[in-house]
Design a protein around this ligand. Structure first.
Ligand code: ZN
Ligand code: ZN
Length: 417
């Protein structure tokens, strides 16, 4: 017998019949348990995955649904249902949320094996090329429960989050560290795990270049942030009263965002990102070569910024052209703007965070805009009035610059592999 109440039975009906709005209302009403089970052991998330509904799956995950539910009578996980339904993007959503890919059902088949069996090859590729939480778990607990060191599940999830996130902007990563400063006591372990995941990616028969580059950028920002924290902790009194790691993260984010009226880009940030790209260890990568060549066209200190190049290379021209990126955290869809200079921000928090720095440079940026120079922090396109700036930029190039010129301005970063 199932323990479903009437509302929960309704929820399953809405999910099965694709009534997304009604299902949404019920989930947010709090009248249903997100992990309730029907008599087959299906949870709402399993049902949403079975129906292939990415929207509902995201909603249920956000409401706290268990992505690794063991309730199903044949041991089917939501990821298996998504794979059988042939929904690669949904598979990705579930794995980003920590779904284990190596789990098997009662007849010992994993999600990827099941997808292969029913011919859902795109799902097989997605599952096999994704940084899964299994991988992170294996590095942290090589002998499972018998491993020498045992880490809390929140820590495993935190490390997995760092390796599977699409947030590669240094300030976004620093903000994430600040919010999770409880884990910073284990900074060496965090670095070690992300490094292992990166190395493993490189050793693949067919390394995924985009994923490798993303992991590398995350790794470098983590490394530099931890170095900064360590130095500040050691300096203690002489460097001021900052002792707490979350506050040091704030200080480092401000350092990254530093800007003077004459600056066209945030110099510390640009130096950091250019340095990271140049230090990428997988030299034969085509992506690396393309990025270095593109970036060499712009002198250090000029626009487009390193981040603009990175977004184009990793996420594609289309995403780049259709979005504005937050001037603070680099997040896409930044629809708020500084009223004076039109610099884009994703949220009020980001705008507030930047204000102490921005108020000194706002007038100078506004003036440069007036003179028709490029707006800071914008994508090559403009959501409201699409412009053809890609071509304009190409027209601006006066000369070809040697590849080595990307290194200009990075001598101060000491990035060692
Ligand atoms: Zn932001
Ligand atoms: Zn402004």
């Amino acid at each position: 017998m199932t323990g479903l109440n009437t509302k929960e039975e309704e929820l399953f009906e809405f999910i099965t019949s694709g009534k997304i709005d009604e299902a949404k209302k019920l989930i947010s009403s709090g009248e249903v348990s997100v992990d309730c089970e029907d008599k087959e052991g299906m949870t709402p998330l399993s049902s949403a995955a079975f129906k292939g509904s990415e929207e509902l799956a995201k909603l249920l995950i956000a409401a706290g649904a268990d992505v690794n539910t063991k309730a199903h009578k044949h041991g089917y996980t939501p990821l298996m249902f998504a794979a059988l339904a042939g929904k690669p993007e949904l598979c990705r959503v579930l794995m980003d949320a920590g779904a284990y890919a190596q789990k098997s059902n009662t007849i010992n088949k994993t999600a990827s094996e099941m997808a292969a069996f029913v011919g859902q090859h795109e799902c097989v590729t997605i599952i096999n090329n994704h940084v899964c939480i299994d991988e992170v778990e294996k590095f942290l607990h090589p002998k499972g429960a018998d491993s020498e060191e045992q880490f809390p599940v929140e820590f495993v999830r935190f490390c997995h989050g760092l390796t599977s996130s699409h947030k590669i902007h240094p300030v976004a990563i620093i903000f994430h560290l600040r919010e999770n400063s409880i884990h910073l006591e284990r900074s060496k372990k965090i670095l070690w795990v992300v490094d292992r995941v990166f190395e493993k990616q490189l050793r693949c028969k067919e390394p995924n270049e985009v994923m490798s580059m993303k992991l590398w950028l995350v790794l470098i920002t983590l490394r530099e942030t931890f170095k900064f924290i360590e130095e500040r902790m050691k300096a203690g009194g002489t460097m001021g009263p900052i002792r707490n790691k979350a506050d040091i993260c704030t200080a480092y984010a401000k350092y990254m965002l530093k800007m003077e009226p004459e600056d066209k880009v945030r110099l510390n940030l640009d130096r950091h990102l250019r340095g990271a790209i140049v230090a990428f260890p997988y030299r034969q990568s085509l992506l690396f070569e393309t990025m270095v060549k593109a970036m060499a066209k712009t002198q250090f200190g000029e626009r487009p910024s390193a981040y603009e190049y990175i977004v184009q290379a990793l996420f594609g021209q289309r995403i780049f052209a259709l979005n504005k990126f937050c001037s603070t955290c680099g997040g896409p869809g930044a629809n708020k703007r500084c009223p004076t200079c039109k610099l884009p921000y994703c949220s009020q928090e980001c705008q507030k965070f930047d204000w102490a720095i921005h108020k000194k440079v706002c007038a100078a940026i506004a003036e440069r805009n007036e003179r028709g120079e490029e707006e800071m922090g914008e994508g090559l396109g403009d959501g409201e009035s699409p412009r053809d700036t890609v071509d304009e930029r190409e027209g601006e190039e006066k000369e070809t610059v040697d590849v080595d010129d990307v290194k200009v301005g990075i001598e101060e970063v000491d990035i060692k592999k």
